[in-house]
Design a protein around this ligand. Sequence first.
Ligand SMILES: C=C(O[C@@H]1C=C(C(=O)O)C=C[C@H]1O)C(=O)O
Length: 450
Amino acid sequence: MTSLPAGSRAARDVPGAAPAPLVVRTAELDPELLPDDDGALLDLLPDGDTPVAWVRRGEGIVGWGEALRFTTSGTDRFRTAEDLCRETLASAVVRDEVQLPGTGPVAFGSFAFGPGDGTRSVVVVPRVVVGRRGGRAWVTTVDPAGSIGPAPSSALLDPAARTAVVAPGEVRYAPGGRDPRAWVDVVGQGVARIRAGELDKVVLARDVVATTQRPVDPRHLLGRLARGYRGAWTFSVGGMVGATPELLARAEKGLVTSRVLAGTVRRTGDDDADLARAAHLAHSSKDLEEHEYAVRSVARALEPYCSSMNVPESPFVLDLPNVLHLATDVTGVLHERASSLTIAAALHPTAAVCGTPTDAAAALIAEIEGMERGRYAGPVGWFGADGDGEWGIALRSAELGGAAGDADDETAAAHRVRLFAGCGVVAASDPEAELRESDAKLEPMRYALA
Ligand SMILES: C=C(O[C@@H]1C=C(C(=O)O)C=C[C@H]1O)C(=O)O
């Protein structure tokens, strides 16, 4: 049995998970088997409630089945998950014919925003992973029973093995923890506390609960997100789904990259008007201040791991279908081979999703936000046996079956989705404008459910 570090809480959910090493085989696939389409990888997912995905512009990895699943919680949630996965992945018997990031054994994870509310962070090693990168494609199989079967092949992609994707039908929305008016008051309280000098910035979020006519098929959501929000990373892990534009940390061959976002305007859909809005955003002192806090928090957290770092002096404007963001790509050379998850854990929570100073902002969120964030705004992504991987922040996201109260009713839970959106608040913020901004940030998931 796997031993757990003292003081940590973790659970291994696969009944009788064998102590035998995982047998992992990666074989090259003819890339022509995958259509040239942003949703092609996601179209491979079979029916079932356990798809995992990390896809952007048609590249990335998707997986299904569970060779192993861990849950962790509390302040040690990252370290415990990393230790358990490392142990499992490092002892795996691997034959990898492709040798690219995302080949060989990979674990997907979705972590709780905070240590306190009892939310379980989820880590999954899928039984089958299919990936595409730079014109190459592959399939990986993982056998938890330690047996060496036939090499994985394109037969795993057989469309006959998949059921048709089902649309959710009619969708009704209801407020979650706070209705919109009450949330405007919460933002007003945040602004007042900042103006009173308690803190510089706080990120306040709200949730909306969608109830669908038919049970939610995650594949429907994922395909729409990947095609509709190409510049974002479409993800799915343990029932947390979304398309995040914010990359917390990518570690690859000794280099680390982080895309920091903060400062937002809603798009109008009219090109000229949006161009004017982009120009305004790039010069808005309120948004530049909000952004600066976020960049500084990332640079400070990365510093101990890097021998050199590049932090651009001014942000660029990132253009998404629903909003425009101020964005900065911070890059660094890692002086020690820290894993991508270690770095993500060190960065989390950045000022883009919590605030400045971190402790004061986290305490204010707990005091006034009025909901449990669960895994919203927590790290989500994947890592491989060498620790390299990619972690985003679970934004523009939703929790399938989520919503407190009746989680025990499985049939109702299959029709329920909890959507999240939050906004950075500084002294100059206008609560009504933040409400409109939060609506714009809910758009990707509303579009996914349509
Ligand atoms: C908190 C969210 O987004 C974050 C907040 C932003 C802002 O306040 O301008 C911008 C991007 C993200 O860092 C969210 O989408 O829920």
